[in-house]
Design a protein. Structure first.
Length: 323
């Protein structure tokens, strides 16, 4: 009897051990849902769908992109936090949800973003650019700082919305450059861009995709980009931190999973995501959307997010105090 029980235990142990790697090997065996806070058709949504299409080809399983915009990203975060932890519903997180929302809703957040999710990998970053009206007499970042500081009352800058990544970039620039500039609120990027083209606002911080109509029409000119280094497709556009160290800012898109998702699935998705975002044709498509890839492990992605929180939370608090 004892020998029979021992043999049965050995069989069960071997079977369980054999089933563990199969979980990753067999994944995915049915369609997957990507939950995103992006509105359908905007740049982060298009980026997400480019990645989803490529992963669909690799996995031979359909990926459904579920747009849940609103409440600063909270609607999507709550939806993603409540799904099954099996890897079949994943969360496409955006920067402002993690850099702004925890401070704007401090003490009132219905979901703890830092414990509810685990990072899988970086989808892409959309660096914020510094632009000015075509007639502003500044050809460089240094010229603009000098001009702002000698202008009585300083100069105004526009951005997508108060508390968004482009606005926060302007506040970071103002602080680090000691530039006499101040934010003026407008109802969205298109309105701000029209104000800059018309000369009503001299400066604008915005992603490259959002600035494209003004650049192509000749109404605005680029002075710099808040990337870590010059962009591969715009080598003549200086990085702002060449002049003002530390001004690095982007709207980023990260793939995450609910905490508790099997580690084998996290590693499988990370490996395939990294294949996708480093495909030359994907990188080329991303660049037309002002998006640039980073080949990161889950651990590196987590460190990146924590660094972003440390950078932006104090700035968000300061912005809120000055309202």
């Amino acid at each position: 009897m004892r020998r029979s029980r021992f043999n049965l235990l050995c069989v069960l142990t071997i079977a369980m051990a054999a089933s563990l790697p199969a979980r990753a090997q067999d994944y995915p065996s049915r369609p997957i849902t990507f939950i995103t806070p992006a509105a359908a058709g905007n740049s982060p949504d298009v980026v997400t769908r480019v990645v989803a299409d490529r992963l669909t080809q690799i996995w031979q399983q359909q990926i459904v992109v579920l747009n849940r915009p609103g409440a600063g990203g909270l609607i999507a975060a709550q939806a993603a936090a409540g799904v099954e932890k099996d890897g079949y519903s994943l969360y496409v997180a955006q920067a402002s949800t993690f850099t702004v929302l925890p401070i704007d809703q401090e003490g009132k957040m219905p979901v703890n973003l830092q414990t509810a999710f685990v990072p899988i990998g970086m989808v892409g970053e959309q660096p914020i650019a510094l632009s000015v009206n075509k007639d502003v007499p500044a050809g460089t970042v240094a010229d603009l700082i000098a001009l702002a500081n000698k202008t009585p009352g300083g100069m105004l800058f526009g951005a997508t919305n108060r508390g968004g990544q482009s606005h926060l970039t302007g506040e970071l620039f103002r602080e680090r450059a000691k530039a006499n500039i101040s934010f003026v609120h407008a109802a969205g990027a298109a309105v701000s861009l029209n104000d800059v083209i018309a000369g009503r606002i001299p400066i604008m911080f915005e992603g490259l995709a959002g600035l494209a109509p003004g650049i192509q029409g000749g109404g605005v000119k680029l002075l710099g980009v808040a990337a870590r280094e010059r962009l591969p497709n715009l080598p003549n556009l200086p990085a702002i931190n060449e002049t003002v160290p530390g001004v690095v800012s982007s709207g980023w898109i990260v793939l995450m999973a609910p905490a508790g998702t099997p580690e084998s699935v996290i590693q499988k998705v990370n490996a395939d995501l990294r294949k996708v975002v480093t495909m030359p044709e994907v990188m080329e498509r991303f660049q037309t959307l002002g998006t640039y890839t980073r080949d990161l492990t889950p651990a590196q992605t987590g460190e990146f997010i924590r660094g972003e929180e440390r950078l932006w939370w104090p700035i968000v608090r300061q912005v809120n105090q000055n309202r």
